[in-house]
Design a protein around this ligand. Structure first.
Ligand code: ADP
Length: 336
């Protein structure tokens, strides 16, 4: 890679792309999902048909986009990506659908955020690849039916519960990605380190895996930061001690919590038994509600530090114990 004759290092998004598995065989973990997709892809291929529409659900960073790309690659077809909020009107969808070659994959990220009018317009396209387009306006307006090439819609969502039943029912394949166990994340860490030409010992990979909240995207972020740290410290490889220092620099404490986790828990501690609504929590953290709900909370709930109740979000006994054990850190963030 060179700009004006000067070699430039790959950017973060380029590194992220470089770490993406391209084939089902390289996709670590999620064995049930991988097996089901392998069968469905092979069967569709033998029949010469487009793969059934596929709904992938799960928390951010678990591999939904990666799997959608893999589905296209394994099926030997083109991949087109968009997202729910980007498709504002049915006309935007017509543009996407008419550009598809036979059996192509159309990936729609955050599909739960598709406007209702677009969703309903998509129904007939999903069922029999037909569309009705409106030509002209007013007195001359007329609707014209048209066919698009058979395609596979791959929808990704962090909130499957927000999809309407008729929409969900139009996906023949539903796969849910769960957080990864430490063993699988260790494999992801070792693979990413190898791809980035970073010598890393097993203890370091294990440490990254344990602190990555079940999420490959977080493992990869850690690996990139550790690589920076190795490079700038003049070390030859990543061992446990160096990795621990790099993680501490990222703000990760011994319980695996980041600063924003502690802030969130401290806010809940202050609210006490009154509990706290999502809106106030988001304002208190200076974040948008979706990030709080989709990115921050799932880990804290899974670890048993907080809970969502009809009265609002609350700190659990485990959360109280955690904060009690680290009063110093709480005092360090008095205005959160
Ligand atoms: P999502 O779409 O669910 O938010 P992505 O597909 O963008 O997640 O995955 C985030 C990053 O994590 C990707 O760049 C990829 O490198 C990595 N990744 C995700 N799942 C896996 C996996 N099973 N094996 C290896 N790497 C993975």
């Amino acid at each position: 890679m060179a700009r004006d004759g000067v070699a430039v290092p790959p950017s973060e998004p380029q590194l992220d792309l470089a770490l993406r598995p391209r084939r089902l065989d390289d996709f670590v973990g999620q064995r049930g999902v991988v097996l089901n997709l392998r069968t469905a892809i092979d069967a569709a291929r033998m029949r010469g048909e487009a793969l059934d529409h596929l709904l992938l659900s799960g928390l951010p960073g678990l591999g939904k986009t990666t799997l959608a790309e893999i589905v296209a690659a394994e099926s030997g077809v083109g991949f087109h990506a968009s997202s729910g909020p980007a498709i504002e009107r049915p006309a935007d969808l017509v543009g996407l659908l008419t550009a598809l070659q036979p059996r192509d994959v159309l990936f729609i990220d955050e599909i739960h955020r598709l406007p209702r009018a677009v969703e309903e317009y998509l129904y007939s396209a999903m069922e029999d690849f037909s569309l009705v387009i409106m030509l002209d306006k007013g007195m001359n307006a007329r609707s014209v039916p048209m066919q698009v090439n058979p395609f596979t819609l791959v929808g990704a969502t962090t909130r499957e519960g927000l999809l309407t039943d008729p929409f969900r029912a139009r996906f023949g394949l539903h796969e849910k990605l769960e957080p990864y166990d430490t063993q699988d994340l260790r494999v992801v860490a070792a693979r990413s380190a190898r791809l980035l030409k970073l010598p890393m010992d097993d203890g370091a990979a294990e440490m990254l895996a344990q602190r990555a909240r079940g999420t490959p995207r977080i493992v990869n972020r850690f690996v990139r930061r550790v690589r920076d740290f190795v490079q700038t410290s003049g070390a030859t490889h990543a061992d446990e001690a160096l990795t621990a220092t790099a993680l501490a620099r990222l703000g990760l404490d011994e319980s695996g919590l980041l600063l924003h986790d502690r802030k969130l828990l401290t806010l809940l501690q202050r609210a006490g038994s009154i509990g706290m609504g999502l809106k106030s929590l988001a304002v208190g953290l200076g974040e948008d509600e979706r990030t709080v709900e989709d990115v921050y909370e799932p880990f804290l709930i899974r670890e048993g530090y907080m809970t969502r109740t009809p009265r609002g979000r609350m700190l659990t006994a485990r959360g109280t114990e955690l904060l009690g054990n680290s009063q110093t850190e709480n005092r360090l963030t008095p205005d959160c």
